[in-house]
Design a protein around this ligand. Sequence first.
Ligand code: NOJ
Length: 543
Amino acid sequence: MKQTWWKESVVYQVYWRSFYDSDGDGLGDLQGVIEKLDYIKSLGVDVIWLNPCFESPDVDNGYDISDYYSIMESAGTIGIWEKLLEEIHKRGMKLIMDLVVNHTSDQHSWFKESRSSKENPKRDYYIWRSSKDGSPPNNWRSYFTPSAWKYDETTGEYYFHSFAVEQPDLNWENGELREEIYKMMRFWLDKGIDGFRMDAIALLKKQEGFPDSENPDDIRYLTNNPGIHTFLRDLNEKVLKHYDILAVGEVAFVGPEEGLKYVGENRNELHSLFHFEVCDEMPRMDLKKFKAIQKRWYQGLWGRGWNSQFLNNHDHTRQVTRYGNDREFRTQSAQLLATMIHTLPGTPYIYQGEEIGMTGVHYSSIDEYKDIAFHNKVEIEVSKGRNPQEVLEELRPLARDNSRTPMQWDDTKNAGFTKGTPWIRVNPNFKQINVENELRNSDSVLSYYKKLIQLRKENPVLVYGDFHDLSGEDPKIYAYTRCLDSEHWFIIMNHSNENSSYILPKSLSLSGSKLILANYPEIEDGNEISLRPHEVRVFKITQ
Ligand code: NOJ
């Protein structure tokens, strides 16, 4: 297998607006990220993924870009961004930026021109269709709204949007548009960034002819359409392959077979991907399902293409709340989930705050939620005559704001995130859960993350080692090995709130093995291992 820095790296995702506010306006900013770089470095991570900070009316928290060449005023200036890049590199870390090229903001000058007249040279930069018998051109819905089309009075046609109405999709069929995007990518790459996280990248190619769907609620028609790989190969040929970078794509609704087409080492498209089989299909931990997903992706990709490992990000509820136990076993559970992500095959991603075991939030009023997707969903449900409070209860567990609350630095006002009024309410548990507390405690989630990250760095077996699941259908225990040449590691964990035990297969003996990492005090084991609630152990086996 080819060895590269991005396979060996641990990536830390910075959702800057909720990271650290340096100027007291209640919104995090790039200067705030600079001020906290030593903290990020102290974790041992190698790469920072920065959520979009380009000029934007901020309808979808920066994923609606109105100018690709400038920085959002509330985030900082181009000068501060350059300083950030310099300071990241000075500390031996890398920076990947969020690339949002499936759509722009409706405030982008391209769209303003495009909507102004049918004859405008930029008309074809977006997707326009006339109505079908007085209705939208087809029956598709978007991720955020009941229709993927918005009628525009100026020219009497509809434009297409896969997300919010304010996020019109770009028309990648237009060669001039593609060249504009490539030019913009080179602009940032030439400034020295180390790659892109590619937003909604599998949506670039639209289904030929925009046919009606038999089941419009199943929005798979938006993504992974025939022809997508031609676009990606062109993008690779014209831009990516000329730089030593990581291009990791957000590729929803694909299994390993399709996934490999995006990241196959001989395909010249992307380097790695985020698939969503876990986050989209597993509202809560379902260990049997999780194991099956891991196994399939390993078998489908190993040696041929590279995966990513994550359980949460700015769109997905915090992992200890969603997939673990955020109450009495919060610390152990956060440590267990981290161990799993860092020892399964693929590059591990840490979402800010995960390393201190931050949890989801429980706002009691709809107004406290800020996310456009959440509000649109509430509106759709309430318009059916449903009770708003009932809708809130139903949508709360997976609301995106669960993971967007401010980083909890200490137990002072607003968790030390801002001196002003935070743009979104701080999780009230910040008095207990915060960086300062975690730093003081050698058994904390944070201390554990540091050890774990170091471990992966020092042991290529955790990066390049083969993977074998040894726990089959067990609904509580996950046990597997990672093996590279003569080196064998055994990882075992109990995903439950009770004690559980596991009998070692005959082929495996732990006698003479070394316990490398654990989240409970060590106990002696025979060939039956008893694990306490959310216990995890990592062994190096002597053969
Ligand atoms: C995926 C991003 O992660 C999400 O936050 C955003 O709303 C959509 N893409 C649209 O850009």
